[in-house]
Ligand binder design. Structure first.
Ligand code: FA5
Length: 346
């Protein structure tokens, strides 16, 4: 028995430094100290020895067990250290390597056009102001001469916020246009006013090549003594010339918006068919980019501005329509489709 223990000892201790990883170490443990391991079996067979040999063999076997267990723990620690070293080595940063170039992003085409458009108006002396996208019925409709149940509400497909007040009304909505900012601005400031107010607007409508349910508008407002329709046309002509160049055609036609009198729409000749009619312009040859007009006297009165003294013009343009006209983009849905092949061209 003692001889067997001695052989086992030298074999086990000889093997242990050659074990390369924790997996091999585990196999070693199982083969000596596991339930069916060699040492475990020897320990079990102690009971079969004659009583005079059992004591000595027992002591030797138990001290060998303790020795193997200590060796196991030591090797385990050593292997863990080696593994850690290897991992550290792998992830070590070589500061002499050339760096990775930083991939620069770019501004979304809508952001670019928003800034470009606002800058054109800033050069003409307009200030730039932003406002809330969640509006109240009052600012989005009522203060703009569109009372409840007025048929003019049909002009704007509206997304209502699911909130009911004490009176059982649903007064909040995603703004359908930037025109509520006219009221908000005039409530705070007296004339003279020259301001543009860009931002997101929302409509519950079916999308097509020219219509999105979320898009951007830029609202313009000028209120002062002696503001006329000629000033409105002059400002918008100048804007179109600066943004699209002198060779583009601009068309004004009468239109109806409850908060202006008279009202107009401005269209630019279609960039694709050059006025002949195509899918993008629905065969019309023109693409409407804005609604405008002279601020209605009732709107001025509502914000305590005397319409006998002051007059004003206002306009609201669809911002996505501008890069569509400028770069010949034939589908508005491309703007928010998150396709980098489209976005990276700007
Ligand atoms: C308005 O929203 C008025 N608030 C404009 C206005 C302002 C009139 C101030 C008078 C005075 P309209 O719904 O027509 O009007 O929208 C204005 C512009 O937004 C349109 O000319 C068009 O360029 C753009 N537009 C309208 N609906 C969409 C849509 N679904 N997707 C993309 N652009 C749109």
């Amino acid at each position: 028995m003692l001889k067997a223990l001695e052989q086992l000892r030298s074999k086990a201790l000889d093997e242990i430094p050659r074990l390369k990883d924790l997996k091999e170490l585990e196999a070693w443990r199982v083969s000596y100290l596991g339930r069916k391991g060699t040492l475990t079996q020897l320990l079990r067979s102690l009971s079969e020895l004659p009583i005079d040999q059992r004591r000595e063999a027992g002591t030797a076997a138990n001290s060998l067990k303790a020795l193997l267990e200590t060796s196991l723990t030591e090797r385990q620690e050593a292997l863990k250290k080696i593994e850690l070293e290897r991992l550290l080595q792998q992830s070590r940063i070589d500061v002499t390597l050339p760096g990775y170039p930083v991939r620069l992003g770019r501004l979304h085409p809508t952001t670019q056009i928003l800034r470009e458009t606002a800058a054109v108006f800033a050069e003409m002396g307009f200030e730039i102001v932003e406002g809330p996208e969640v509006e109240t019925d009052y600012y989005n409709f009522e203060a703009l001469n569109i009372p409840k149940d007025h048929p003019a509400r049909d002009m704007w497909d509206t997304l209502w916020i699911d909130y009911t007040n004490d009176k059982g009304e649903r007064p909040m909505l995603m703004r359908t246009h930037t025109s509520p900012m006219q009221i908000r601005f005039m409530e705070k400031r007296d004339p003279p006013i020259r301001v543009v107010m860009p931002g997101k607007v929302y409509r519950y409508e079916a999308t097509d090549a020219r219509h999105e349910s979320m898009f951007h508008q830029l609202e313009g407002l000028a209120v002062d003594k002696g503001i006329t329709m000629a000033r409105l046309k002059g400002t918008l002509y100048e804007f179109a010339r600066r943004l699209f160049g002198t060779d583009r055609k601009v068309r004004f036609r009468c239109d109806y918006f409850p908060f202006v009198e008279p009202g107009v729409e401005m269209a630019i000749d279609c960039f694709i068919c050059k006025g002949n009619g195509c899918r993008v312009c629905s065969g019309e040859g023109w693409i409407e980019i804005l609604g405008a007009g002279m601020v209605h006297p009732d709107v001025l009165r509502r914000v305590n501005c005397d319409p006998e003294v002051y007059t004003g013009f206002a306009f609201g343009m669809g911002l996505e329509r501008i890069p569509m006209l400028k770069y010949g983009i034939d589908d508005i849905r491309l703007f928010y489709g998150n396709d980098l092949r489209f976005l990276e061209q700007f």
